[in-house]
Design a protein around this ligand. Structure first.
Ligand code: ATP
Length: 344
C-alpha cells in the first residue's frame, strides 16, 4: 500500500510547531526511516500516520486511494511497535502473538496457522509456550514484532524499537528486523535517531530537523550527495573545514586545498574516512590524540582547521601524539555546501 502525506503539520495546544507542512510518499513494500535528533518531530509524524495525533487543518493522510485523515486509529489497520515492548505479561508468547488476530475475530484455524507461521519466521517456536516475563529483552522485542506482523497490517510503524536493547543485541536484531520486514513485504516506517540503524534497515531515509524533512533518499544517496551541512553532519559525521572566499581553492591554517568545483561563498565539508595520512599530502597538521578502534585508528589533528580535525587511519600502526603529519584529501571527497543561516 502506498502511503501519501500531503501538507502534514502539527501545532500542539501550547503553540509548539512540532511538524511544519511536509509531504511524503512511501511506496508499497518500502521501508523508510525517519532519522533526526531528539525533538525534531519524528514521533509526531509517526503518530499522525497512525491516527494517534490529530494533525493541523490542511493535512491529508492517504493509504492507497483511501483518505484516512479522519479515520480513528483502530480503523487504520496499522501495526505498531514501540521502544517498550507493551506485551501482555500474564500471557504466553503464543497468546500475545494471537491477540491481534483474535481482536479481528478471525476463524480459529486461521489464527493457529498464522501464529505458527510468524513463530517460525521470527524464530520463536521453541519459546512459544513461555510466559513473556520469562524472556530476555531481545526475545521480548522479537515477540512484539511478531505480534505486530501477525495480523498482516497494511503498514507497520516502528518507534525506536531497538533502543532499549544493549549494543550487541541491537545489532543482531537490527539485521533480523531488516530481513523480516523484507520477507513479509510490509510497508514500514521506522523512527530512529541512530544513523547506522537507519542506514542498515531502510530503503530510503528521511532526515528531519526542526519539524521539517530536510532531505530524503537512499542511504548511499544521502551519504554521497548530502544537500545541506545538517545532513552531511548527521549522516556520516561530516566535519566543516572552512568557507571558500573565492574560486576553486580553500585556504586553511594547514595549507591549501583544490576544490572539485567553484566554491565561492560555500562551506567545505569532509568525512574523517576521507582524511588520509600520506607523505604526499597537501595539508599538514599535528597529532593530538590517537584512539585505537580495532579496524582503524581515530586520529585528532590540530593546526589544519580552526578546530580539531579527525582522520580514520586504517594502517597497522599510527603516528604518535605530538608528531607532525601530512594529510591528503581527494578533491571528490570534498562537499561544497550552502550554509543556511536558520539551520547552520
Ligand atoms: P525524540 O527522538 O526525543 O522522541 P522526536 O523527534 O520524536 O523526539 P517529537 O516527540 O515528535 O520529537 O516532538 C517534537 C516537538 O514537539 C518537541 O519540541 C516536543 O517537545 C514537542 N512536543 C511533543 N509532544 C508534545 C505535546 N504533547 N505538547 C507540546 N509539545 C509537544
Amino acid at each position: 500500500m502506498t502511503l501519501s502525506l500531503k501538507n502534514a503539520s502539527k501545532t500542539y495546544p501550547d503553540g509548539t510547531r512540532a511538524l511544519l507542512p511536509s509531504d511524503l510518499v512511501i511506496e508499497t513494500g518500502e521501508i523508510v526511516s525517519l532519522l533526526g535528533p531528539s525533538g525534531c518531530g519524528k514521533t509526531t509524524l509517526l503518530r499522525i500516520i497512525a491516527g494517534l495525533e490529530k494533525p493541523d487543518e490542511g493535512t491529508e493522510v492517504w493509504f492507497g486511494s483511501d483518505n484516512v485523515t479522519r479515520l480513528p486509529v483502530e480503523k487504520r489497520n496499522v501495526g505498531m511497535v514501540f521502544q517498550s515492548y507493551a506485551l501482555f505479561p500474564n500471557m504466553s508468547v503464543r497468546t500475545n502473538i494471537a491477540y491481534g488476530l483474535k481482536m479481528q475475530k478471525r476463524p480459529r484455524a486461521e489464527i493457529d496457522q498464522r501464529v505458527e507461521e510468524v513463530l517460525t519466521l521470527c524464530r520463536l517456536t521453541p519459546l512459544a509456550n513461555r510466559a513473556v516475563t520469562a524472556l530476555s529483552g531481545g526475545q521480548r522485542q522479537r515477540v512484539a514484532l511478531a505480534r505486530a506482523f501477525a495480523p498482516r497490517p497494511r503498514l507497520l510503524l516502528l518507534d525506536e524499537p531497538l533502543s532499549a536493547l544493549d549494543a550487541a543485541l541491537r545489532d543482531s536484531l537490527r539485521d533480523e528486523l531488516s530481513d523480516l520486514l523484507r520477507r513479509f513485504g510490509i510497508t514500514a516506517i521506522f523512527v530512529t535517531h541512530d544513523q547506522n540503524e537507519a542506514m542498515a534497515i531502510a530503503d530510503r531515509v528521511a532526515v528531519m530537523s526542526d519539524g521539517r524533512i530536510e532531505q530524503i533518499g537512499s542511504p548511499e544517496n544521502l551519504y554521497r550527495n548530502a544537500g545541506s551541512p545538517f545532513v552531511a553532519r548527521f549522516v556520516g559525521n561530516a566535519m566543516r573545514l572552512g568557507k571558500v572566499e573565492q574560486g576553486r581553492t580553500l585556504s586553511l591554517e594547514g595549507g591549501q586545498l583544490s576544490l572539485p568545483d567553484d566554491g565561492t561563498g560555500r562551506a567545505v565539508y569532509v568525512r574523517a574516512e576521507d582524511v588520509c595520512i600520506a607523505d604526499d599530502g597537501q595539508l599538514s597538521g599535528r597529532v593530538e590524540s590517537v584512539t585505537f578502534l580495532g579496524t582503524h585508528y581515530r586520529i585528532g589533528l590540530s593546526g589544519v582547521t580552526g578546530t580539531l580535525l579527525f582522520s580514520l587511519h586504517p594502517g597497522a600502526s599510527a603516528p604518535k601524539p605530538g608528531e607532525r603529519v601530512k594529510l591528503r584529501i581527494a578533491p571528490e571527497a570534498l562537499m561544497l555546501l550552502t550554509e543556511d543561516t536558520a539551520h547552520p
